[in-house]
Design a protein around this ligand. Structure first.
Ligand code: CP
Ligand code: NVA
Length: 303
């Protein structure tokens, strides 16, 4: 496994499945109340350029449960926010912390941080990817379905950091991924072609109904990601036919499950009815962020 986890493309299928099995073990121990302090005395520095509920809380609680400490830093209150070079911050933080998780706008900045950091760096979301979320999403599918690699998945909505991560996931696992976006909001074409070269089965379209036909997993995300709030109005128009609602879900397999990384804008990209419906596994998915990230941190940081 690489020193860092910045994108799912850093991992092989074996890496992914070893994280699933460690996640199962740690989740079981947590539920039983068995102590499992595998990062005792260690500190994870957590740098946030953007807001967060799930990522911050699950990493911080995860470090506590592993016997360590999660140190929250809002980048705006650090010297990095005043222009201290990333490479200096990375080296300084490496001297104090045993690992760093960062949520950034620029993915290149995260890569630069990782390049200069002596300790593992984990992507807690960048404009390009949200890999920890994807591992939690796929892990959630393994809990609800027999063979997660032999299913059909559809992504409805924006070709954003989550969509790009699903594309990376399709390259590792080989599952069929259909992506329906409005014209002009397709995922990063270089990520799609790299994934296809690696054997991913990806079907891009501008038709959500075609994408949802017979699938086992339906997933979506907000129409305006963090950093795109100013485009909210025009995006509302462009995405108006791309809502995950009961009519769209009715086209999927009757046993299909619904994922959403949250936060959701109910009755925009997904209806309240679907979020609260029996096919949604969205809150299992959110809980699994904790268990999955404990496994990721343990794999990267345990001595
Ligand atoms: N899904 C997710 O990353 O949520 P937060 O923005 O609350 O961390
Ligand atoms: N695509 C969303 C995910 C939030 C967890 C964003 O980047 O804002």
């Amino acid at each position: 496994m690489n020193k860092d986890f910045l994108a799912l493309s850093d991992w092989s299928l074996e890496d992914l499945e070893s994280i699933f099995s460690l996640t199962r073990e740690l989740k079981q121990k947590q539920k039983e109340g068995t102590p499992h302090q595998r990062l005792k005395g260690q500190t994870l520095g957590m740098i946030f350029e953007k807001s967060s509920t799930r990522t911050r809380v699950s990493f911080e609680v995860g470090m506590f449960q592993l016997g360590g400490h999660g140190l929250f830093l809002h980048s705006g209150t650090t010297q990095m926010g005043r222009g201290e070079p990333i490479k200096d911050t990375a080296r300084v933080m490496s001297g104090y912390c045993d690992g760093v998780m960062a949520r950034t706008y620029s993915h290149a900045a995260l890569e630069e941080f990782a390049e200069h950091s002596y300790v593992p760096v984990i992507n807690g979301l960048s404009d390009l990817y949200h890999p920890c979320q994807l591992v939690a999403d796929m892990f959630t599918v393994t809990e609800h379905k027999e063979d997660y690699r032999n299913l059909k998945y559809c992504w409805i909505g924006d070709g954003n950091n989550m969509a790009n991560s699903w594309i990376n996931a399709a390259a590792i696992t080989g599952f069929e991924l259909r992506i329906a976006t409005p014209k002009g909001y397709e995922p990063d074409s270089s990520i799609v072609s790299l994934a296809e070269k690696a054997g991913a089965r990806i079907v891009l379209s501008n038709d959500p109904r075609e994408a949802a036909e017979g699938v086992d997993v339906v997933t979506t995300d907000v129409w305006a990601s963090m950093g795109h709030e100013a485009e909210q109005k025009e995006r509302m128009k462009a995405f108006s036919g791309f809502q995950v609602n009961s009519s769209l879900l009715g086209l999927a397999d009757p046993e299909a499950i619904v994922l959403h990384c949250l936060p959701a804008h109910r009755d925009e990209e997904i209806t309240d009815e679907v979020v609260e419906g029996s096919q949604a596994v969205i809150f299992d998915e959110a809980e699994n962020r904790l268990h999955v990230q404990k496994a990721i941190m343990t794999s990267l940081m345990e001595r």
